[in-house]
Design a protein around this ligand. Sequence first.
Ligand code: SUG
Length: 445
Amino acid sequence: MKASEINFDGIVGLTHHYSGLAFGNLASAANAHKVSNPKAAALQGLKKMHLLMQKGVLQAVLPPHERPLLSFFKNLGFTGTDTQILKAVYALDPRLFGAGCSASSMWVANAATVTPSADSTDGRVHITPANLISNLHRALETQINIQIFKKIFSDENYFKIHAPLFSHLDFADEGAANHSRLCQNYGSAGLNLFIYGRSGSQEKVILPHQYPARQTLEASKAVARLHQLRSENTIFIKQNPLAIDQGVFHNDVISIANQNVFLFHELAFEDTATLVDLLKIKSHDSLYLLPVATSELSLQDAVKSYVFNSQLVTLGTGAMALIAPIESCENKNSHQVLLKIMAEKNAISELHFVDCKQSMLNGGGPACLRLRMVLTEAEQKACRARVFLDENLYQRLVQWVERHYRDRLSIGDLVDPLLLNENRVALDELTQILQLGTLYNFQKI
Ligand code: SUG
């Protein structure tokens, strides 16, 4: 059946800031407490979406979450008016405050794992919202993500939305950032690659040494089971602990796949050679395997430049393009790697650089900002709400950002009750633009 990949991008929220919350994410630590520019961040995201749309890639949006999340602070026993609560949490624990204010929902590659109908025995698109329990600020995203998915993908004839995996570190799940799919055509059955960092039950303290492995094998296996994937089309691959210790907290920071192309660093996986052999057998040698050697690009440069966090997309013309972060052009070695890929005879024929600097300072590149969904035309039609991007929606969203977003924010500013109100006014308007109905807590009171 004919199907296309749709890139659902997370719209950057109004509280985008740098709290240094993500241990093991080097950019997050390095840029903690810098002053952010939420308006620029949101516009950069929209511009990237617009480029893809113009290139004939189907593009959609997902709304940001309500922040500061007062219900979270109240759950922890803070009482009083909204202003009193914000002041009290900030005074007591700025880190906790940062978590409850984080705009991390923009990185929707972590929102869920999604597999297409062609891969499941029941012929439906399966969605498992990620529990994101490895980080407090990210775990706050799960409940509202469920609500958003239920709004858009409510037609059970086409979509199956699972509950997030049981909330325990043994089942730590970071969604699509650790899942890739290889296929000949989007509409035909593909090979699902689940990449995990540790076994939840067996490897609590062994490796990596320095930074946490966020995804467990048990979580990946559970998702594959829930999604009714055929075992012969499913592979579980272990991340290289050395890479995690160098700042590869998600696999999409070190490898990228699209259709029959797989671009990866040779140190991405614990046993890359065996994986390559297996992929060759499974695909009957019909894949373009594009390994990048350490001699060409160190893990350090890969993480600094985020070159593997490019989006590898199929354009309207059928050609394939890399949508790479501008940092990978600025980094000499990454740029060389990209030029080599472009010069080689492979399926990739276009290279575009995008500026996501505001998100990049928190360790979120172009690929982190989008959740890929392969949908048939009937499944696309079954999506509710006005989330597919066209020129009109793009212009409306740009104007909405211009009207409501601040261009300067430090963590202390988040205590400002005016900002809380600005958020609510803006998000209320956004639910109308996107035809999402009532979504946020503040709309339900
Ligand atoms: O979970 N950064 C995010 C970046 C997520 C990137 N996503 C993918 N690779 N798919 C994270 O580490 C930083 C927030 C802060 O420090 O304020 C943060 O959460």
